[in-house]
Design a protein around this ligand. Structure first.
Ligand SMILES: NC(=O)c1ccc[n+]([C@@H]2O[C@H](COP(=O)([O-])OP(=O)(O)OC[C@H]3O[C@@H](n4cnc5c(N)ncnc54)[C@H](OP(=O)(O)O)[C@@H]3O)[C@@H](O)[C@H]2O)c1
Length: 237
């Protein structure tokens, strides 16, 4: 049985990815930040197929504990999906009173968080059959197609997440590890602190598209990690 680890499975896209993966017969290692009922229900619905782990990707100690627990649970990881993320301020623009402490918190989660987790688990990924790392980034991290005048923490942290993916790909290419940077689309989740009803996609639709793109569709070989959306359409770095 193939194994997949997903971060940020409390609800939203991470939970939908965990569910879609277990339905594809993966053993799913689902990491949660809080203690949400959705993940408990999923675990109960698929006994023995969903292992849950507490994880704060912003904390060295929490990621080190995860590494120990995962190494004790499985010999390898076919798929690692770095999904956990936070938004930060969307309203302020240049010249406003910017909250740099908040920005550091967002950067620590969105950029360094994915790196922390990948750094801790890359050996298990390299030992697997699939050797695939997917970073849930965002079109907001694209410099070439940037249109916003704010969201500094989010956009800058996702651009850094993209660079993290490129550096990781360079470092692990010789071991056969592939990295994909993924924009999941505009998804109706709780990122904004409430359910975003303006989004067109449900988490399940986005998750299905993501898995179709990264697992079922051969993406063109390139020196950089493919940066694609849930439909497989190329995004500009
Ligand atoms: N929704 C969109 O339209 C959209 C668009 C582009 C990219 N994305 C990306 O998609 C990913 C999933 O977001 P989502 O839309 O599903 O939002 P979400 O519902 O808020 O999910 C984010 C998840 O990350 C968890 N999390 C937050 N801080 C964490 C930490 N320090 N350590 C571990 N987990 C943490 C959250 O837990 P708690 O809620 O319990 O704090 C939650 O489970 C994010 O990386 C986001 O940037 C989303």
């Amino acid at each position: 049985m193939k194994t997949a680890l997903v971060t940020g499975c409390d609800h939203g896209l991470g939970l939908a990815l965990a569910e879609a993966l277990v339905k594809r017969d993966y053993l799913v290692l689902a990491c949660h930040y809080a203690d949400e009922p959705g993940l408990k229900d999923l675990r109960a619905a698929f006994p023995g197929r969903v292992l849950t782990f507490p994880l704060n990707i912003g904390s060295d100690a929490s990621v080190a504990a995860l590494r120990q627990a995962v190494e004790a649970a499985v010999p390898s990881l076919d798929l690692l999906i770095n999904c956990a993320g936070i938004l930060g301020d969307m309203a302020k623009t240049i010249g406003d009173e910017l909250d740099f402490d908040e920005m550091l918190r967002v950067y620590n989660v969105n950029a360094l968080g994915a790196l922390r987790v990948t750094n801790a688990l890359c050996r298990l990924v390299a030992q697997s059959g699939e050797k695939l790392i997917v970073n849930i980034s965002s079109e907001a991290g694209s410099i070439q197609s940037c249109w916003r005048t704010g969201w500094f923490a989010y956009c800058m942290s996702k651009a850094a997440n993209n660079m993290q993916g490129a550096l990781t790909q360079n470092a692990l290419r010789d071991q056969g590890v592939r990295v994909i940077q993924m924009h999941p689309g505009h998804v109706a989740t709780f990122m904004r602190g409430h359910l975003d009803t303006t989004a067109k996609l449900t988490p399940a639709q986005s998750a299905e598209g993501i898995l179709r793109t990264v697992l079922d569709t051969p993406l063109p070989a390139s020196p950089r990690p493919p940066f694609v959306d849930y439909r497989g359409e190329t995004q500009l770095y």
